[in-house]
Design a protein around this ligand. Sequence first.
Ligand code: NAD
Ligand code: TYD
Length: 366
Amino acid sequence: MIFVTGGAGFIGSNFVLHWFAQNEEPVLNLDALTYAGNLNNLTSLANNSNHHFIRGNICDSTLLNRLFNEYSPRAVVHFAAESHVDRSISSPESFVQTNVMGTFRLLEAARSYWSSLQPPEKDGFRYLHVSTDEVYGTLLPNDAAFTEKTPYAPNSPYSASKAASDHLVRSYFHTYEMPVLTTNCSNNYGPFHFPEKLIPLMIVNALAGQTLPIYGDGQQIRDWLYVEDHCSGIRRVLEAGTCGETYNIGGWNEKANIDIVRTLCTLLDELAPANDRSVINQKTGAPVQHYAELITYVPDRPGHDRRYAIDARKIERELGWKPAETFDTGIRKTVEWYLNNQQWVAGVMDGSYRDWVAQQYGSKKT
Ligand code: NAD
Ligand code: TYD
């Protein structure tokens, strides 16, 4: 079995769903169900006895030690994190707690468990740490894309906390020879993406006639990868990556934010015309003709990184991994998913996705 952390979040839940679409190896899924964890992402696994979901915190060493001993996983895939840059600017503490302390505690529990194993289980064990391209900092327009050798230069509390966790993971290889792997991926998009991030927020706001807030001049560049491709990259690194190495994962899809938002508006004009849905501009009260009318420039994010770009040649050359989606196919699938899953969106927007947690766990401690 594999031990996944953060498997009720955006990428973690996609990973678990794709894992079971490919094989039946059991998954132990540990997630604290913060605001970003949503069990509705996993409803299709309700009757799958190979999926073992535990609500719990990666900072809880006692729980971690118990889970390692009880489930004897052959690998850890660590997604759990605080992940939203804007939240890290307004409240950085939970980022340090979960991303740094949580990763440390998970590493310690994994080390203790791994040390107790005998060959061949010991040699086969893997600890895969899921990280981000944001640890490399920001690029100028003509700079080469980030490689695995680019020096770390994190600029937000989020990326600084992820950088710290990456360094801890690296140190466990060099100090203890623990079999770790690290992936640094670019911005993901796709199903189950929480609508606080750019792409889902714009889709949800547009359909509701809300403004589409563009930070600063909208010319900041991100390198977008369809989430399923990220998941297949992680699976590939898990099965064939060299311990102690890091692998950049990306799809060579650099886009300016304003172009992303305009693309989304064009797709929505085609797939869900505002006229047909009688969308009203919530600010002016006027009927919306084209979703792009809702675009509104707002003050920039403090310390906003200008450009990210991933050089993904190493994972392609060494592990033969390439993304399956182009941006055009991935973004269309994503818009279609949000249009076809309005109930999921409604559950997030009215907060009812948290009701199940309250009912299920109530006053229980874990
Ligand atoms: P997310 O915020 O959607 O999900 C995070 C999950 O972790 C949630 O289910 C949450 O409940 C859980 N969690 C948070 N704190 C926890 C704790 N202390 N203990 C246990 N569980 C906890 O994040 P995501 O976008 O799915 O990102 C997953 C990972 O991938 C993160 O490590 C992130 O840094 C990395 N990453 C994300 C992107 C991206 O574009 N979203 C890109 C590259 C790397
Ligand atoms: P986001 O999805 O928060 O991801 P990250 O900050 O990790 O890259 O933001 C993507 C880009 O979109 C980033 O440059 C900030 C910008 N952005 C907006 O312009 N408006 C918004 O409302 C949001 C959420 C993001």
